[in-house]
Design a protein around this ligand. Structure first.
Ligand SMILES: *Cc1c(COP(=O)(O)O)cnc(C)c1O
Length: 398
């Protein structure tokens, strides 16, 4: 045996050590509800009580008693598992009903309900475009849009974040017959909102299809929380033939799953051609029942959205004056996602650890999730937070 000629399979410990050295090793924390505070963002994290600012449960619905009850009732009626792919035996009447309710909620003609948002995007993008077609993708898009683009084999044109002039020029220069523009509606690590109307106008001008990922806007933005597309006025009687709207149901909706909605023929096509839909077990009916309950609550949750808006303002006003001396800066955002840019991976991790020592959990987000040199604290606010919770965070940051 030669010492110099080691198997690549033996190299994993060294490769993990490299992650450690670059402060890029990720760790999971085992989370449990804090029974001393049964509601709200209080958790036991690896056994220690924490006030969390890292949940995407923006409306505080994840442990809502009506969702829990609906899931239990659904499990009693349908069982726990769906038993098969939707195109074989897994499409329960609960899932069918939910699709109608989802389409109604976002004021679009038809919806297709998936088990996860990641699986939705890696499946629908390749179902829409392929080799020889052109994709136009915002530089800060979520990983699942990027991975969907790769799987599609279409030519990918990445435009600088939110740069409509650059996108227009790329669209004008493209000779592809099928063009798909895709964007996060609310950018997941920055919190800013895409200019949906400008994107739609460009798509009209260049005969492109627009795919919007509203993971962080659904339930939060737009009238009755109907999302960023509704806020842009492109739903209901103004729905566009060239827009597909997708979102996860694991964030503001408080459960799990996802859906894509839009014009009838496009949704029918996606049902026929999306491999991540066809070759996967359908989401369980008990979850669909919980989501139906969630939609009813979200529609009427103006109080929660108003409270969330107040917390966002409180955080932004409180942070603005205090952190400039550190060179830390808060990105512009009117959403529940508030990014405090720190810079180096090490400094961001250090800030996270110091907050943790105070019983506050804010995740540090590092490359490759965000560009190198922009490591940050990603503060996620929720209607489940109180003013006192935000005060505690502000105090600890100082
Ligand atoms: C969370 C997220 C997803 C993934 O959705 P899951 O249901 O968690 O798989 C997709 N897109 C964006 C922008 C997200 O933030």
């Amino acid at each position: 045996m030669e010492m110099t000629n080691t198997s690549w399979i033996d190299e994993f410990p060294a490769r993990i050590a490299e992650l450690d050295a670059a402060h890029l090793r990720r760790r999971r924390r085992a989370v449990a509800p804090d029974t001393a505070h049964p509601t709200g963002p209080h958790l036991l994290v690896d056994g220690a009580p924490m006030l969390a600012f890292c949940s995407n449960d923006y409306l505080g619905l994840a442990n809502h008693p009506q969702l829990v009850e609906a899931a239990c009732t659904g499990a009693r009626a349908f069982g726990v598992g769906s038993g098969g792919s939707p195109l074989v035996s897994g499409h329960s009447t609960a899932n069918r009903d939910l699709e109608g309710e989802l389409a109604h909620f976002v004021q679009l003609p038809r919806a297709l309900y998936f088990y996860a948002g990641y699986a939705t995007n890696i499946g629908i993008v390749p179902a829409l475009v392929g080799a020889g077609d052109a994709l136009f993708s915002d530089a800060l898009n979520h990983a699942c849009l990027i991975d969907g683009a790769r799987l599609s084999r279409a030519t990918v044109h990445r435009y600088p974040h939110a740069d409509m002039a650059a996108l227009g020029a790329l669209l004008a220069a493209s000779t592809a017959r099928r063009k798909l523009v895709m964007t996060d509606a609310v950018f997941s690590m920055d919190g800013d909102v895409a200019d949906i109307r400008a994107l739609h106008a460009l798509c009209e001008q260049h005969d492109a299809l627009l795919l919007i990922d509203d993971a962080h806007g659904f339930g939060v933005l737009g009238p009755q929380g109907r999302g960023t597309l509704a806020e842009a006025g492109l739903t209901g009687p103004h729905a566009s033939q060239r827009v597909l709207y997708m979102t996860t149901l694991g964030k503001a909706a408080g459960a799990a799953g996802a859906f894509v909605a839009g014009p009838e023929p496009l949704i029918e096509w996606l049902l026929q051609k999306t491999r991540s839909y066809i070759f996967a077990t359908a989401a369980p009916a008990m979850l669909a029942r919980a989501l139906s309950a969630s939609l009813r609550i979200m529609e009427a949750a103006e109080d929660r959205r108003t409270h969330l808006g107040r917390l966002i303002a409180q955080l932004r006003n409180g942070i603005a004056p205090s952190l400039a001396p550190n060179g830390w800066r808060l990105l512009p955002s009117r959403t529940a996602v508030q990014a405090l840019i720190i810079g180096s991976n090490e400094a961001a991790l250090d800030a996270m650890e110091r907050l943790r020592a105070e019983g506050i959990w804010v995740p540090a987000i590092r490359p490759p999730t965000v560009p190198a040199g922009t490591a940050r604290l990603r503060i996620a606010l929720s209607a489940a937070h109180t003013q006192e919770d935000v005060d505690r965070l502000l105090h600890a940051l100082q």
